[in-house]
Design a protein around this ligand. Structure first.
Ligand code: PBG
Ligand code: ZN
Length: 280
């Protein structure tokens, strides 16, 4: 997508300094490994791309809050978010082996120095399992930002292409939420509160402001994740001269705040930070 790129580990110092300079205080890291396999082994390698990137950023800019995406879909050869096998419903994610995998990934990120781990696989029991694993390893201070209400959305398309994480069979509807199901959307976040999440999330954000407003009442900070497809729509329309990019982007972000987002995750972060400074 225009304005977005993958960064090598060697650029982390420069990127972190630039981002801090723009007034941003946190980054969310996704990794693309050299090789993928069925066990997602590159995801918990202490010298994996994310683990190295975390160490680089923390060394260069210690005050930067480093958040890591904890999932397997960029690391599995089949592109699913965990360990896959035969279930009563055919080939699908296996919950318990996948939880063990998430524990290992999250712990390896915490060991590298991540301040917040952000599990995004939507497995049952994901937050409680990671909380216990972190506590057992002495990472009681590491926060968990759960992708607590994550819909099975068509708006992840550009991300999947960029991260090479599209699935080779099936889809994610057995572990992500049906966009039509409001009650389940709220319940999923409530479960994560009970399991010890520190920050909740609604993803995508812009089409789900009603849900964001509901989740904002649960007592924890909530993040709104403006996903790749939401960014792409504004970008593409702006490129065609059909929409004013800056105004549309800022409006979309303002509405996330209005609905109750305490944190905003957006591909417009750098641009928006600059625009907001200009407007002051
Ligand atoms: C998967 C993951 C996805 C995104 C981040 N992590 C989507 C998916 O379920 O394939 C999407 C982010 C975006 O679209 O910006 N764990
Ligand atoms: Zn995933």
């Amino acid at each position: 997508m225009p304005g977005q790129m993958r960064y090598p580990v060697s650029s982390m110092r420069d990127v972190a300094e630039e981002v801090l300079d723009k007034g941003l205080s946190a980054v969310l890291l996704f990794g693309i490994p050299k090789s993928k396999d069925d066990a997602a082994s590159a995801a918990y390698d202490e010298n994996g791309v994310v683990q190295q990137a975390v160490r680089e950023i923390k060394k260069a800019v210690p005050e930067m809050v480093v958040i890591t995406d904890v999932c397997a879909c960029e690391y599995t050869s089949h592109g699913h978010c965990g360990i896959v096998g035969e279930t009563r419903n055919g080939t699908d994610l296996l919950n318990d082996p996948s939880l063990d995998l998430m524990n290992r990934i999250a712990t390896s990120h915490a060991e590298a120095g991540a301040d917040i781990v952000a599990p995004s696989c939507m497995l049952d029991g994901m937050v409680g399992s990671i909380r216990t694993a972190l506590d057992d390893r002495g990472f009681g201070e590491t926060l968990i930002m759960s992708y607590s209400t994550k819909f099975a959305s068509a708006f992840y398309g550009p991300f999947r292409e960029a991260a090479d994480s599209g699935f080779s069979f099936g889809d994610r509807t057995t572990y992500q939420i049906d966009p039509a199901n409001r009650r389940e959307a709220v319940l999923e976040s409530e479960l994560d509160v009970a399991e010890g999440a520190d920050i909740l999330m609604v993803k995508p954000a812009g089409l789900y402001l009603d849900i964001l407003a509901d989740i904002a009442t649960l007592g924890l900070p909530v993040a709104g994740y403006q996903v790749s497809g939401e960014y792409a729509m504004i970008k593409a329309a702006a490129e065609r001269g059909w929409i004013a990019e800056r105004a549309a982007a800022l409006e979309s972000l303002t509405c996330l705040k209005r609905a109750g987002a305490d944190l905003i995750i957006t591909y417009f972060a750098r641009d928006a930070a600059g625009w907001l400074v200009e407007e002051q």
